[in-house]
Design a protein around this ligand. Structure first.
Ligand SMILES: C[S@@+](CC[C@H](N)C(=O)[O-])C[C@H]1O[C@@H](n2cnc3c(N)ncnc32)[C@H](O)[C@@H]1O
Length: 225
């Protein structure tokens, strides 16, 4: 079930306490990002996404509200993965701990193809990996998996969303942290990579996207599966 609505209201109204088996989500990073600039026009390809241009105080308030809902709906002992970049990592990790999540690791996503930036061009993002509560119900086999994941990003002109992530990035989190038939939640669907990966792996999905344009992209994407 996916909904074109605000995730905070949506979670409050539609998701029961301790009912979700896994959360994977990619929130706005509050960097006012409109996507890679087009070569010819020098303009960003997209508008700035919702809640990506707030004052720091408003962003903190917004983040605490959705993190609180995420904590409430996740089953004890289960995992949450939150995408973020190096600029907002110190805040997000602190706020997740304040809410009660036990942070376990920070996965480095090596995007293989570099992006923008002129003082060392950006090629990585981070994924905070945490558990609800002390009891970690599922253990990740660290023998076979490191915390650096080399997965190519989707290159600029092929993207349909300014901060689009590949579904391949979500696959490993879903396979390591859930079982077929279990419920995966994504509070910020965007163009729908988590929904696609979850459904392909035989999981159920509940998710929210506030922007009707991106919601429609996710809807079409999962209808094609
Ligand atoms: C970082 S993007 C997610 C991109 C996604 N991972 C993808 O690969 O396409 C965050 C998304 O959250 C949406 N959003 C922002 N505030 C929201 C809110 N309060 N509730 C639901 N969606 C929201 C934005 O419209 C944006 O599409």
């Amino acid at each position: 079930m996916i909904y074109n609505m605000d995730c905070i209201e949506g979670a409050k109204q539609l998701i029961e306490d301790n009912s979700v088996d896994l959360i994977i989500t990619d929130p706005p990073y509050n960097l006012g990002f409109g996507g890679t600039t087009q070569t010819r026009t020098k303009k960003p390809r997209f508008s700035i996404i919702a809640n990506d241009n707030l004052s720091h105080r408003d962003y903190q308030r917004f983040t605490f509200q959705w993190l609180y809902q995420a904590y409430r709906v996740l089953k004890p002992g289960r995992h949450i993965y939150v995408c973020i970049d190096w600029r907002m990592y110190p805040f997000m990790v602190l706020w997740m701990r304040r809410i009660g999540f036990i942070t376990k690791n920070c996965i480095v996503w090596d995007k293989v193809n570099m992006g923008l930036g002129w003082q060392y061009r950006f090629r990585h993002e981070l994924v905070i990996f945490a558990v609800k509560g002390e009891r970690n119900v599922r253990r990740i086999s660290t023998r076979s998996d490191s915390d650096v994941w080399r997965i190519p990003r989707i290159v600029g002109n092929k993207t349909v969303h300014p901060t689009e992530k590949p579904a391949d990035l979500m696959d490993k989190m879903i396979l390591n942290s859930s079982e077929p038939g279990e419920l995966v939640a994504d509070f910020f669907l965007g163009s729908g990579p988590v929904a696609e990966a979850a459904l392909k792996a035989g999981r159920r999905i509940v998710g929210f996207e506030i922007d009707p344009q991106y919601f429609a992209i996710t809807q079409e994407r999962i209808a094609r599966l």
